[in-house]
Write a protein that binds this ligand. Structure first.
Ligand code: DQA
Length: 149
């Protein structure tokens, strides 16, 4: 049976490619979405990507994912460090969510060391640039038993 994957991007990630490339790399959001889509091409996975700068819209996307998705790869941007509402949404939808960061948040400012979301996610991956997303998707494929070893 096919699986559904939501790739969800939070605030300021629409600016990838031009936003602090020394921190976040030179790939645009469209490049990253395309790389993920190509990566899962060999699997029976329905893929949708969304980005919003608004906390409530991200919550709506998570709620809607219940209708069709089996897992979420989520870069919550700065809301990682602030949003109890997103934490509650992740808990409520009862889907496996993997938190992703391009940068190694633990090597940056102290306020980025704390994630309010990681504890309710299946796991978290940070620090590998756009490849963090590929690692997160592989983790989900493993979780779904579509990818072994
Ligand atoms: C980020 C890390 C966050 O601390 C930051 O606010 C972002 C991007 C990352 O992908 O490295 O917007 O989530």
């Amino acid at each position: 049976m096919g699986k559904g994957l939501l790739l969800l991007h939070g605030p300021n990630l629409n600016l990838l490619g031009t936003r602090q490339p020394e921190v976040y790399g030179s790939m645009t959001l469209a490049d990253i979405n395309r790389a993920v889509e190509q990566h899962i091409d060999a699997y029976d996975v329905q893929f949708r990507a969304a980005q919003s700068n608004h906390e409530g819209v991200l919550i709506d996307c998570l709620h809607e994912a219940r209708e069709w998705a089996d897992g979420v790869v989520f870069n919550p941007g700065a809301y990682t460090h602030t949003s109890i509402a997103l934490r509650d949404a992740i808990t409520a939808i009862e889907l496996p969510v993997i938190e992703v960061h391009l940068s190694n948040v633990h090597g940056r400012e102290a306020f980025r060391h704390k994630s309010l979301l990681a504890g309710v996610c299946l796991g978290a991956i940070a620090g590998f640039g756009w490849h963090s997303y590929i690692l997160a998707v592989d983790a989900l494929l493993h979780y779904w038993d579509l990818l072994r070893d």
